[in-house]
Design a protein. Sequence first.
Length: 133
Amino acid sequence: MKRVLFLCSHNAARSQMAEGFLRKLAVDRFSIESAGTKATKIHPLAVRAMAEVGIDISGQRSKSVDDVGEGWDVVVTVCDANCPIPPRSGLKLRWSFPDPALAGGDEEQRLAAFRAVRDGIEKRVRALASRLG
């Protein structure tokens, strides 16, 4: 079973959404984790945006890249900065998505930022699942 790791800064939104989508699409084909440079907690608007598309990520937890080990078949960074990639990883992909947690405005405007990132990540994850077979 191929091991897939999604990375971002805080493992609070982008990498959590990517993990949620791939779990929904192909949990039977891949071992899937997400992590961040520094573990924090899952952003409530990320949970809400994913729930809108029928995916519950509320049970996932934020992990540090140090918590997930090495030897991943596929590592995907979903941040707009440089994320550390664990040693001895196979295919390395960089998907640059802005951090929706930095969006300003009222709650509806901030949620719109999470939805935009969510929809972009979903397209990339679907393509990745097809590519990996």
